[in-house]
Write a protein that binds this ligand. Structure first.
Ligand SMILES: [Zn+2]
Length: 433
């Protein structure tokens, strides 16, 4: 009965050996993005030029290291055999040409398996998603490079490459086994979202009925093991009680890879002001999600009351997509945008993203806010339809009076600092042994 685990362990140990061998590059000092690269990069991105933003904003944006906390692109990599991340796509939010145009330097690709898939099938699918990210990097060696640390992100930016990081979205994928958690870390996963939409055996989710009163004793062991490994604890998706438990238990700063502010849109996936303050005290970072219902209370409420015709349409669409999660996400986003166009849903525009960033900065402080788009996994607001539109955020923040240094912290500096701190806590736990 446990044979699959043995086979899996063997597969993982081989993969780990390969990963270790291929990562023996010398630890060159962290380099920042070279100056003077902006004109060439801007020229590559016609859509950036079309954004009509101040040249100074483009310059600042392109010179900053821009890190996004969460994109579901691996669903496309795995399920859509026609998808080439290296080619500009007419659909979806992320591909290499549009990442270049948007000045994005690093993406946390989400390794996500629905909570309804558990046990060995969840582990198997997670491994396939991890492999799909590795294959994307292997297929585009001049553009995309796997990265695990802040130093590797900086080095990639210095080499004009985009860093591909990985986060595991949902603790159910460890199948209640710390050995699997360690194996994911060895494969390059650098954060784990403790839950997805559903509770798992050891943690409550924000969108499920509480079953464990936050984290169970094993859930706390998971957090400790993540601290010891140097894997970031992601509190997006978790219930409020799980959030406070994680903050209390974690010896390292935690992050919310893709959550927004509940004070603006009262969605359980968003964070209350009290949670934002607790996150700041812990030294963590909240990376703002662009999903329309997390951004706008008006839209969120309207979405809840959509008629049976829309629900029936969506059920039909899901059936047509089969198990292809990328297909479901694209179809839902398309349908929501059609409903915004027809007036059945309120129009949510990209400026809402800036409103959430500004609110989070006011409550948590400038050192604790970042970007966590949820590209390819959500309904983007109008004007932020894909990654190429990111420079708009920089332009709007500068317009609001944010300094260049403060903008750079939000764009990527804060999450890089958290990555470094989580790493140094790992190292200090090694020397304590
Ligand atoms: Zn999510």
């Amino acid at each position: 009965m446990r044979r699959w685990r043995e086979m899996l362990r063997l597969t993982l140990s081989v993969a780990v050996a390969i990963a270790v061998l291929s990562s023996c590059s010398s630890p060159t000092p962290a380099s920042s993005k070279p100056e003077g690269t902006s004109p060439a990069i801007v020229a590559e991105g016609p859509s950036t030029l079309a954004l009509d933003i101040a040249p100074r904003s483009i310059q600042i944006h392109m010179n900053a290291i821009v890190v996004d906390g969460h994109a579901d692109t691996p669903q496309r990599l795995l399920f859509d055999t026609t998808f080439d991340i290296g080619a500009r796509q007419a659909t979806g939010d992320v591909d290499l040409p549009r990442m270049r145009a948007g000045g994005l330097d690093a993406e946390f690709f989400s390794i996500w398996v629905p909570g309804t898939v558990t046990g060995p099938p969840a582990v198997e699918r997670a491994l396939r998603l991890i492999d799909s990210v590795g294959e994307a990097a292997r297929g585009h060696p001049q553009e995309l490079v796997l990265a695990r640390t802040a130093g590797e992100v900086r080095r990639a930016a210095g080499d004009h490459k985009i860093a591909a990081l990985m986060g595991l979205e949902g603790g159910h994928m460890i199948d209640d086994d710390l050995g699997l958690l360690r194996a994911y870390f060895a494969l390059g996963v650098r954060y784990m979202t403790l839950t997805h939409f559903m509770n798992n055996d050891w943690a409550d989710a924000s969108t499920d009925k509480p079953a464990h009163n936050g984290l169970t004793a094993f859930g706390k062991d998971v957090v400790h093991e993540m601290n010891r490994l140097g894997m970031m604890v992601d509190v997006s998706h978790v219930s409020d009680k799980t959030f406070y438990d994680a903050i209390e238990v974690s010896q390292a700063p935690v992050m919310a890879s893709h959550s927004s502010c509940r004070a603006i849109s009262n969605h359980p996936r968003n964070m209350t002001d009290d949670m934002l303050r607790a996150l700041a005290k812990n030294g963590g970072v909240v990376m703002i999600n662009y999903e329309a219902s997390f951004l706008s209370e008006e839209y969120r409420k309207a979405l809840e009351t959509l008629g049976g015709d829309v629900v029936a349409q969506r059920n039909d669409m899901e059936k047509k997509c089969g198990g292809d999660e990328a297909c479901v996400t694209l179809a839902t986003s398309r349908s929501n945008h059609a409903l915004m166009d027809s007036g059945r849903l309120p129009r949510v525009t990209w400026q809402k993203v800036v409103e959430h960033i500004d609110h989070a900065v006011k409550v948590a402080g400038i050192d604790h806010v970042g970007l966590g788009s949820d590209f390819d996994g959500a309904t983007m607001p109008i004007g932020m339809e894909d990654v190429s539109k990111l420079p708009r955020i920089t332009d709007a923040l500068l317009e609001k009076g944010y300094s260049e240094q403060d903008v750079a912290k939000i764009l990527g500096g804060n999450i890089l600092r958290v990555m470094e701190q989580v790493d140094s806590i790992r190292l200090s736990s090694l020397t304590r042994r």
